[in-house]
Design a protein around this ligand. Structure first.
Ligand code: 5GP
Ligand code: ZN
Length: 113
């Protein structure tokens, strides 16, 4: 995906503060953090959203495992955290490359706005 901002980040064409990387997933600090810990967990392969990941593909569980590791790394396992996927317009998705937000380090309100 030539113009996708997260594809550009995974190709290192745009700088980002990387906090985790393996062959399938990259995790970066959000440019506009909404909590003391706000990390984006992004698969290197482009999918527009959670709706277009093929059945049987392991990328969702891979992303969850990265979230667990990062929660440990950032010390938010005991205090708690939120793992969020925004999907589509009403869901608040602004970048059409699937990603999870890992948020923590403060009390998060529910329901979200
Ligand atoms: P969404 O609204 O699609 O769920 O989340 C997109 C997130 O990407 C937003 O929280 C936004 O701040 C973040 N973001 C957008 N562009 C960039 C960028 O160039 N670098 C980083 N690190 N985060 C970005
Ligand atoms: Zn992309």
């Amino acid at each position: 995906m030539e113009d996708c901002i997260f594809c550009k980040i995974t190709r290192k064409e745009i700088p980002a503060e990387t906090v985790y990387e393996d062959d399938k997933v990259i995790a970066i600090k959000d440019i506009n953090p909404q909590a003391p810990v706000h990390v984006l967990i992004i698969p290197k392969e482009h999918y527009d959203s959670i709706l277009t990941v093929p059945a049987g593909n392991c990328i969702i569980s891979d992303m969850h495992m990265v979230a667990n590791r990062l929660a440990l790394k950032f010390g938010i396992v005991d205090s708690g955290f939120r793992l969020v996927n925004n999907c589509g317009e009403d869901g608040g998705q602004t970048v059409d490359h699937i990603h999870y937000h890992l948020l923590g380090g403060r009390e998060l309100t529910w329901p979200p706005g």
